[in-house]
Design a protein around this ligand. Structure first.
Ligand SMILES: [Zn+2]
Length: 301
């Protein structure tokens, strides 16, 4: 994914797809939505931010980009006078961590899986010194799970091995029964599979199922990204659909390899059967990119 293409498409998605009446309505819409027990989400630009805001607690999950991070922080400060207990990074990607400098100094700690700082640094180095200099990293990391009482809520992070990247966290607000999945779920959209950043599709399928089995059936899930029709929140069923999609992706690709088809031939399909409602979320993410990632994983030594 090229950064310029990413920024351009993000900007285009924001305005050009809206009808005039929707554009007018969006002017009056707050980017903050409350889900349950003072836990909600914020939409700006980049991966959805989750939050908890009460008289004695403040948490943000992911930080988008500096501009929208500032809008988010300003809005959260209107909800509570409490200092921010934690900023969580669900994984290292720029559309979830580039706003970290805005929260730094206001959040007591930035917490993430132990692989995140290294992956973040490596990704920044590929973009050059200017990007490296802009990075703010988690100062608290964990390996398998981490839990902390925040006000009258319990915040829990779980890592189930490589999936979307090599350092993903499932972030649970236990009492509110709200779960932030980061980019482990692009709701009904072709996901970014970060092969170079430690992704693993086979384990991704398993960890999504394990997550839904471990958490209550009526949990509300927040997703990093989603298509306009299905949105960026959902239920256990939406998480299972993503797991089923990834399973079908591996099966389809393996069948092509077994039949002796060329890579180009395998990549050439428009839709994966049974997943016709999936769309491309922008920034070059297409089904062919997903199949290519599956092909790399299946043909690796
Ligand atoms: Zn991501």
């Amino acid at each position: 994914m090229k950064r310029r293409e990413f920024l351009l498409n993000s900007a285009l998605l924001g305005a050009s797809t809206m009808l005039p009446i929707e554009r007018l309505a969006s002017l009056f819409q707050t980017p903050f939505t409350t889900l349950r027990r003072n836990v909600g989400f914020f939409t700006g630009r980049g991966g959805t931010i989750g939050w908890l805001a009460t008289k004695n607690s403040l948490v943000a999950v992911d930080s988008q980009f500096p501009n929208s991070a500032q809008t988010c922080l300003d809005g959260l400060k209107e909800k509570t006078d409490h200092i921010m207990d934690f900023l969580v990074n669900t994984h290292h990607h720029g559309d979830h961590t580039a706003g970290n400098p805005v929260f730094e100094g206001f959040a007591k700690h930035i917490v993430a899986h132990q692989n995140v700082p290294g992956l973040q640094k490596k990704a920044a180095e590929r973009r050059g010194q200017e990007t490296v200099d802009q990075q703010v990293y988690a100062d608290l990391t964990y390996s398998d799970s981490w839990s902390q009482t925040v006000g009258d809520e319990t915040l829990k992070l779980m890592h189930f091995g490589p999936a979307h990247t090599g350092g993903d966290s499932v972030v649970v607000f236990e009492k509110a029964n709200v779960v932030h999945m980061g980019d482990l779920v692009f709701n009904r959209a072709y996901p970014y599979i970060d092969t170079g950043g430690g992704a693993n599709i086979a384990n991704w399928i398993d960890m999504l199922r394990k997550t839904t089995e471990e958490l209550p059936n009526d949990a509300i899930y927040i997703f990093g990204h989603g298509n306009a029709e299905f949105g960026i929140t959902g239920s256990k069923d939406d998480v299972i659909v993503k797991s089923n999609f990834l399973e079908a992706l591996l099966e389809y690709t393996q069948e092509g390899i077994d039949a002796g088809k060329s890579k180009e031939e395998i990549l050439s399909i428009e839709v994966l059967e049974g997943f016709e409602d999936f769309n491309a979320p922008g920034w070059g993410l297409k089904l062919s990119a997903n199949i290519e990632a599956a092909y790399i994983e299946l043909t690796a030594d």
